[in-house]
Structure formats: structure tokens, C-alpha cells
Write a protein that binds this ligand. Structure first.
Ligand code: UD1
Length: 383
């Protein structure tokens, strides 16, 4: 049996790592003449060391068998380029199934390529819906699920969405969340991370604590008015506690394009981030360092779906700078609160989260560190 897995962008790496490990473990129990052959394709939608290579080393992901060198571009250019470059790889490899994860352009493009060649597709993180088609990821999720034969889900709402869209029950497998598998796997490494020392940050709330921000969604960073509303709130918060912002390259580019540098200060290497009414801008963090930074924060503010899930597992309050979420369980039973990008709502959300102490989050069902094993089990039975 041959399984070809696809990754392209940062969140994909976090999701694929435990699945590849579970495939290797499954092989150890199979007869040597009947191994599962695992092929890894990296489209290189993300290509900077900080956005890609660093994640491969942090998460011990094997070197890809094929790299497609796609890089950045408009949605049509990036999607088309991935399809053009993936097709010959698929024809040469002839896998029994293509495994795609998440909702980035690489996910949808490779699914479409495989479906056109009659190769079956399994989608990890299927069924999530924000019901907001202005999000590129929502389009990617709809296309990917429509064409996938095996749908692995992370939460009950996803199963309901898929059933409503007409997917038969025997295509849907509620397996839990592979991002949580990576969190469990990295726990010790994150404890050993020196990022807090390097930044002179204290994990102790009685030292005042600190907040961490990530932002990269077009709805927050591509429109100057929206980005400025968020930054106005962040600098108010930064009068009370250091606010650190490991910025995505796209966000950093927008900050300088819109002339918003005055909201920020660069890191003071000797004293670390200060509660001085400026946000401290950092480069993108690796997986292990970000895990450490996030798990010791008093507050996380983000528009990332994955971080909503991770903060729920870690019990860290999370203000989600969006009007909707495709991950409703993180709001219903986790630590996430939707606050959009309005300055006042962000600040009142921050006051409530900081005033209420650390919430006791309920970890959603099957977010237990074993989702990848369940995925591999299903693949071995169904492919
Ligand atoms: C992509 C995903 C998004 C995911 C995010 C995680 C899509 C539609 N979006 O968004 O769902 O949450 O990744 O980070 O697939 N850039 C670099 N170096 C890199 C990669 C990107 O400088 O290694 C810059 C380029 O200027 C590029 C921009 O970031 O134009 C955006 O990259 P792109 O892959 O198009 O989308 P993301 O915003 O990263």
C-alpha cells in the first residue's frame, strides 16, 4: 500500500508529523513484505526557513520525497502552479491514496489534481465550516471535502456539517485532533525551550505576565482600517503588560506598507519586551518556541484556527480576532472568545479574560494525543 501525503504551509507541518510517525509505527507490526510505503510531497507554498525548514526540524518530519518549489502568488497562480507541478508526481508515484490536511491552497489544489486522475483522497480536518466564503480557507475546505473519499473529523460539528452536505456516514470518521498529538509529542521539548529567557519574559502571572499576538488573515491584515483597529487595542494592552508579536511575513510587509511602524518597538535585547505602550515585533517563531511562549502567556490574541485549538488544550485564554470560527468547540467548551477586530471589543475581551484568571477549559472529546493512530488504523482498513 502506498500513501502519498501532501504538505505546503506552516499548519500542515504540525498536522502531518504525528501521522507520518504513526505510519512508521504501523509498519513495525506489519510483515516486511507488505509495508505501507509513505511518500511525502512538499509544495513549498511556504518556503522561508522560519516558515518551513524550522518546522521540519522541530517536529522531526522526514525530508520530503518531492518538493514542488511553488512559492507565493495570487490564489489562482498558486493553486494552478501546485496542480501543474503535482500532476506528474502523482502519475509517477501512483499511490493508493493521497492524504491531505487542513485548508490551505495546497490542500485544495492537490485534492483536485488527485480527483481528476481518479486517485482517492483522504482529508484530515474535514467538515469544518465558518460559513463565510470570503475566507479563502472556506473555499478550500468545501472543494477538498466535496472531492474526498475519506473524511477525518476533529469535532462533532464537523460531522454534522458533512452529513448536511450529503456525505454518507461511512465516509466520515471522527478521530480527534492531530494538532493535539503534536502538542503532546512536543511537551518536553517546549519545556526545554529557552525562548522566555532569551526574551527576558517571566512565566509567572504575579510578575504581570505577557500577551502573545499572531495575525495573518487577509480580513485583519490586508485592510489598513482593520489592522489599525487591532493595533490601537494592542498598544493600550501594552501599557499594562508586554505584548509580543511574532509576525507572519505577510503581516510584517503590510505593517510597513501601511506605515504602521509607530505602533511597534523592536526587541530590546538586554531588557526584553516592556509594558511601554508599544507592541514588540518578533520574527516568526518555530513550533517548539511558540508552544513555550503560548503556554506561559496570560493571554493570546490570534486569528489562527490552530492556535484557538492549542490554547483550548493548554487552558490559556484566547481572544479570537474574527467574527466567526469554523472550530465552534473552542468557543463552546474551550478558552476562545470571538471578539472580531473592533478595538473596544478586543479591550473588553482582554479585561474579562485577565480579570477572570485562567479558565478551566474542557478538552474536547478525542483530543487526546492519539488521533494519528486512529487515522492510520482507518487507512489500513479502508485503503
Ligand atoms: C497560508 C494559508 C492560511 C494559513 C497560513 C498559515 C492559504 C489560502 N492560506 O496563508 O490558511 O493559515 O498559510 O501561515 O493557503 N511568505 C513569505 N515566506 C513564506 C511564505 C509566505 O514571505 O515562506 C509571504 C509572501 O509574501 C506571501 C505571503 O506571505 O505572498 C502569503 O503567503 P501565502 O502562502 O499566500 O498565504 P498565508 O498568508 O501564509
Amino acid at each position: 500500500m502506498k500513501i502519498l501525503s501532501v504538505v505546503g504551509a506552516r499548519p500542515n507541518f504540525v498536522k502531518i508529523a504525528p501521522i507520518l510517525r504513526a505510519l512508521t509505527a504501523a509498519n513495525a507490526t506489519r510483515p516486511p513484505r507488505d509495508p505501507v510505503v509513505s511518500v511525502l510531497v512538499h509544495t513549498e507554498q511556504h518556503y522561508d526557513d522560519a516558515m518551513s525548514a524550522r518546522f521540519f526540524s522541530d517536529l522531526a518530519i522526514p525530508t520530503p520525497d518531492h518538493t514542488l518549489g511553488v512559492g507565493s502568488g495570487s490564489h489562482a497562480v498558486q493553486t494552478g502552479e501546485i496542480m501543474k507541478r503535482f500532476e506528474p508526481v502523482l502519475i509517477a508515484e501512483r499511490p493508493d491514496i493521497v492524504l491531505v490536511v487542513g485548508d490551505v491552497n495546497s490542500t485544495a489544489a492537490c485534492t483536485l489534481t488527485a480527483a481528476k486522475l481518479g486517485v482517492r483522497v483522504a482529508h484530515v480536518e474535514a467538515g469544518l465550516r465558518s460559513f463565510d466564503r470570503s475566507m479563502p480557507e472556506e473555499i478550500n475546505r468545501l472543494v477538498t471535502d466535496a472531492l474526498s473519499d475519506i473524511l477525518f473529523t476533529t469535532e462533532v460539528a464537523a460531522d454534522e456539517n458533512l452529513r448536511r452536505e450529503g456525505h454518507p456516514d461511512d465516509h466520515i470518521f471522527f478521530v480527534g485532533n492531530v494538532m493535539v498529538d503534536s502538542l503532546h509529542w512536543c511537551r518536553e521539548l517546549a519545556r526545554a525551550s529557552t525562548i522566555l529567557d532569551r526574551l527576558h519574559l517571566s512565566a509567572r502571572a504575579d510578575d504581570g505576565g505577557y500577551a502573545v499576538v499572531t495575525l495573518h488573515r487577509p480580513s485583519n491584515v490586508d485592510a489598513p482600517a482593520a489592522l489599525e483597529r487591532v493595533l490601537r487595542a494592542l498598544v493600550v494592552l501594552a501599557r499594562n503588560m508586554p505584548v509580543v508579536f511574532p509576525a507572519h511575513p505577510r503581516t510584517r510587509a503590510r505593517i510597513s506598507e501601511f506605515g504602521f511602524e509607530s505602533y511597534f518597538s523592536e526587541l530590546d535585547e538586554t531588557r526584553g519586551p516592556q509594558a511601554n505602550g508599544h507592541v514588540t515585533l518578533l520574527g516568526p517563531a518555530g513550533y517548539v518556541d511558540f508552544f513555550r511562549l503560548m503556554s506561559s502567556a496570560r493571554l493570546v490574541l490570534t486569528d489562527s484556527g490552530g492556535i484557538q485549538e492549542e490554547t483550548t488544550c493548554l487552558g490559556v485564554p484566547c481572544l479570537t480576532l474574527r467574527e466567526n470560527t469554523e472550530r465552534p468547540v473552542t468557543v463552546a467548551s474551550g478558552t476562545s472568545t470571538l471578539v472580531g477586530n473592533d478595538s473596544d471589543r478586543i479591550l473588553s475581551g482582554a479585561a474579562a479574560a485577565l480579570g477572570g484568571g485562567r479558565q478551566v477549559a474542557q478538552v474536547p472529546p478525542l483530543w487526546d494525543g492519539h488521533a494519528a493512530e486512529r487515522i492510520v488504523q482507518v487507512l489500513l482498513e479502508r485503503v
